[in-house]
Design a protein around this ligand. Structure first.
Ligand SMILES: Cc1ncc(COP(=O)(O)O)c(C=O)c1O
Length: 377
């Protein structure tokens, strides 16, 4: 466990530091914050008797055990799958998390921090899965939660959030407009944002730890990840960098960021670093979870991809449907956003050296997207 006094926020641009025991979620002028603390990743400090995220509590920025808000989640299976186009990969079954998506990794650490700060009211905004996840952990911790959602959010995700006692606020607009309204509301509240709040990424980093343990510390060549707000991509990057700095591994894998062709801001930013993200508007996509036209951590996402020598892959709606159908035919009911990542994996695999060891994931369950799935079949 890392001591609270040793944890600081740091402004991503100004590099100004703040004590992480104060309830803030931004620096001056709403600057994004990261976290810094002295961490020396050491596989011997993994609590092997625990088969959940608490296995990694020595590397998580939460001081007291009793502050953890946990459903005993995580350490999801990593299974080999051979696809019809001949590609083989190891797939993490992150759709098995309690709320049906990998977002629970981030919510577990973020809500544990919020509980330890004594905060009682939080604001969130989401395309559905992060909202459901934060709402579940909030109700477990007896914290009031309001979630802003775009009008088009699948009804099952809205119902799930309401079931966890959160107040749902539907916004007559897209994901970008929803985030802007939530951002204003959060100024009078605490913003439990999965993209703004750096504690969320401290949870998603456990994906990287688990992959390395499950592969017996042999770094895969590439990890194919969704890239909406980059919560998993950046979490993975943090986790791999910690393991590298702790000499538990000697190289990090290529991080391959998958976006929908209809909403691929990272691809444009990669081609032109002066690309104006703010005025970028996207087309509709089946992959609602990665339909983020202007991710606030886009610059960091690009840095992670470039540092790892990875790449950005875009997939068409037809490729998403094809990947979804193939997974369903194997018995895996994933949501369309999750199928976009698999479509990216298939595309990357065909273009790459066929001997590469590839890792990817099922990021969300299809049970929450039955309306869309009904249309697809
Ligand atoms: C199922 C699923 N997969 C992937 C993503 C992509 O998220 P991010 O890039 O923020 O990690 C989301 C986001 O909502 C999601 O719900």
């Amino acid at each position: 466990m890392i001591k609270n006094m040793e944890i600081s926020y740091i402004g991503t641009e100004s590099k100004q530091e703040f004590n992480a025991n104060i309830p803030i979620w931004h620096g001056a002028n709403f600057e994004l914050l990261d976290l810094i603390f002295p961490i020396k990743f050491n596989p011997e400090k993994i609590k092997k008797n625990r088969t959940n995220l608490l296995r990694y509590s020595s590397f998580l920025p939460i001081e007291n055990e009793e502050n953890f808000v946990s459903f005993s989640e995580g350490f999801t299976p990593l299974i080999p799958i051979k696809f019809t186009n001949g590609i083989s990969a190891q797939i993490k079954l992150d759709f098995l998390f309690p709320t049906g998506s990998y977002k629970d990794r981030g919510s577990m650490v973020l809500m544990s921090k919020i509980k330890s700060l004594g905060i009682k009211n939080i604001t969130q905004d989401s395309s559905g899965n992060a909202g459901a996840s934060v709402a579940a952990y909030a109700t477990k911790a007896k914290i009031n939660c309001e979630v802003f959602l775009p009008l088009e959010t699948p009804s099952s995700k809205v119902t799930q959030i309401m079931a966890y006692n959160a107040i749902v606020k539907k916004v007559n607009g897209n994901r970008k407009e929803t985030a802007a309204i939530a951002f204003e509301a959060a100024k009078a509240n605490y913003y439990a944002s999965h993209s703004f709040n750096p504690f969320f990424f401290q949870g998603t980093k456990t994906f990287a730890y688990e992959v390395m343990e499950q592969l017996n510390w042999k770094t895969p060549d590439a990890i194919i990840l969704p890239a909406g707000n980059g919560t998993l991509l950046l979490g993975c990057y943090i986790g791999f960098m910690e393991m590298l700095q702790g000499a538990a591994i000697s190289k990090i894998p290529k991080l391959i960021a998958v976006q929908s062709e209809n909403c691929a801001p990272l691809k444009y930013l990669h081609a032109d670093k002066n690309f104006d993200l703010q005025s970028f508007t996207a087309l509709d996509t089946l992959a609602e979870g990665i339909a983020i036209p202007n991710p606030i951590r886009a610059k960091q996402m690009l840095e992670a991809v470039q540092y790892s020598k990875g790449e950005i892959i875009t997939v068409s709606e037809m490729e998403i449907i094809k990947a979804w159908k193939e997974m369903a035919s194997l018995g895996y009911l994933i949501e369309p956003t999750s199928a976009a990542t698999i479509a990216g994996l298939l595309k990357y695999g065909v273009g790459s050296n066929q001997n590469e060891n590839l890792v990817s994931l099922f990021s969300g369950t299809g049970l929450k997207s039955m309306d869309k799935i009904q249309k697809m079949i």
